[in-house]
Design a binder for this molecule. Structure first.
Ligand SMILES: [Zn+2]
Length: 400
């Protein structure tokens, strides 16, 4: 059994700390070392007490954090919407209508084309230090294409989410109830074998997405099929999404941009995690959600990219951290925890988002002496994954 000892770490951030102080919750160990054996964290402790291993990587004074968990993405699609982005930056507001553009391109793509596009996006995301990723369907909106999207997503992650209720496709605009029936019937039956979660774009403010009652039907059908619940809620305006998610015990309600006091109270009193997606507000030039208000009310907050071709075509978790700190009132330590441990919790995963003995080694090394540099140096590519016995940065030393 091959064991690799990682040393030269100015800081090892475990995200296993406790207490009211966000920095304490990061569980930062100075001058620590770590042994990985067969892909599992086998030992953590002071470098002076490190055991002998088969190989050793000296990271040269860099810092190690848990790999980011991207708990909300839409990576299975063809085409792009750069023209829509440019138009929006010229003043045309977003209303959810562009999703049909991606639907048309995705239906027309071959399976091999979609698989290659997905693989490239996952590689891009992992190359920046994310590991576990949740991937939604939602650009097929017919039984065959939704099933294909779920099957392809299941080839690259265990966290596949059925989002047939992304928008009502154009062919059903005049008889929406029939589409809800399709999503909660034959489409759900076909996709559920590949999925762990069901999601719905609950947004009465958009004519393309779903009302509170339609959303409830979708979520309850998913639950009957054995899927966990996630909700896109309160993105474009006030609405019923957040309270519905909490009422039904969803694992996560995502966006949470427009909240009233009752929404915040519901989140504070429930088990549902609020996943904020600041790349969307950045890319649509919209007001940011108020993370500070949620955290001060005792709500658990996660961060994710929402990587998708329309409203945020970024796979960068460090960008989300920087935006959360700069624009949403999060302490840098809260933002890092939200992008790792809390994001893993939102997927009900205990084997990601923290660095603990016995867990899979999902490790990211920052080309910086401290985790603080993540938010402090926005736009600089500081984070890379540790894969196998290799060090991600060229100047690190590897020896047998
Ligand atoms: Zn989304």
């Amino acid at each position: 059994m091959s064991a690799v000892l990682h040393t030269g770490l100015a800081e090892l951030v475990t995200c296993t700390g406790e207490g009211p102080d966000p920095v304490e919750r990061l569980g930062v160990l100075p001058d620590a070392a770590l042994v990985v054996r067969e892909g599992v964290v086998d030992w953590i402790g002071p470098v002076a007490e490190a055991p002998v291993a088969d190989e050793r990587v000296d990271h040269g004074g860099r810092s190690m954090i848990p790999a980011f968990v991207d708990s909300h993405s839409h990576l299975v699609f063809a085409g792009d919407r750069s023209a829509e982005f440019t138009a929006r930056m010229a003043g045309i507001p977003y209303d959810g209508g562009g999703i049909a553009t991606t639907m048309t391109a995705t239906r027309a793509a071959t399976e091999d084309e979609l698989r290659a596009l997905l693989a490239a996006r996952v590689a891009e995301l992992r190359g920046q230090g994310s590991d576990l990723v949740e991937i939604k369907t939602g650009y097929g909106l017919d039984v065959a294409t939704e099933t294909r999207a779920a099957r392809l997503a299941a080839e690259v992650t265990d966290e596949v989410t059925f989002l047939g209720a992304h928008v009502v496709p154009p062919e059903y605009r005049d008889h929406r109830a029939d589409y809800v029936e399709l999503v909660t019937g034959p489409m759900l039956d076909a996709v559920a074998p590949y999925a762990r979660w069901i999601d719905v774009f609950c947004e009465p403010n958009s004519p393309y997405s779903f009302t509170g009652e339609e959303s409830r039907e979708v979520l309850e059908a998913g639950r009957r099929a054995g899927l966990g619940l996630r909700v896109h809620g309160n993105q474009l305006g006030p609405g019923p999404g957040v309270r519905l998610a909490v009422e039904l015990g969803a694992a996560s309600v995502d966006h949470c941009t427009f909240l009233d006091d009752a929404d915040v109270d519901a989140l504070a009193g429930g088990d549902t995690i609020a996943t904020l997606l600041p790349g969307v507000e950045f890319s649509t030039r919209s007001p940011y959600p108020d993370a500070r208000r949620l955290l001060d009310a005792g709500v658990r907050v996660a961060l994710a990219t929402d990587c998708n071709p329309g409203t945020c075509y970024s796979s960068s978790m460090p960008l989300m951290i920087a935006l959360a700190v700069r624009e949403m009132g999060m302490h840098p330590a809260e933002a890092l925890c939200a992008a790792t441990a809390t994001a893993a919790d939102s997927l009900h995963r205990t084997d990601a988002g923290r660095i603990r003995v016995g867990d899979p080694a999902r490790l990211t090394v920052l080309d910086a002496p401290s985790w603080e540099h993540l938010a402090y140096r926005p736009g600089v590519p500081l984070s890379r994954p540790v894969t196998g016995a290799d060090s991600p940065w060229p100047s690190s030393q590897r020896s047998a």
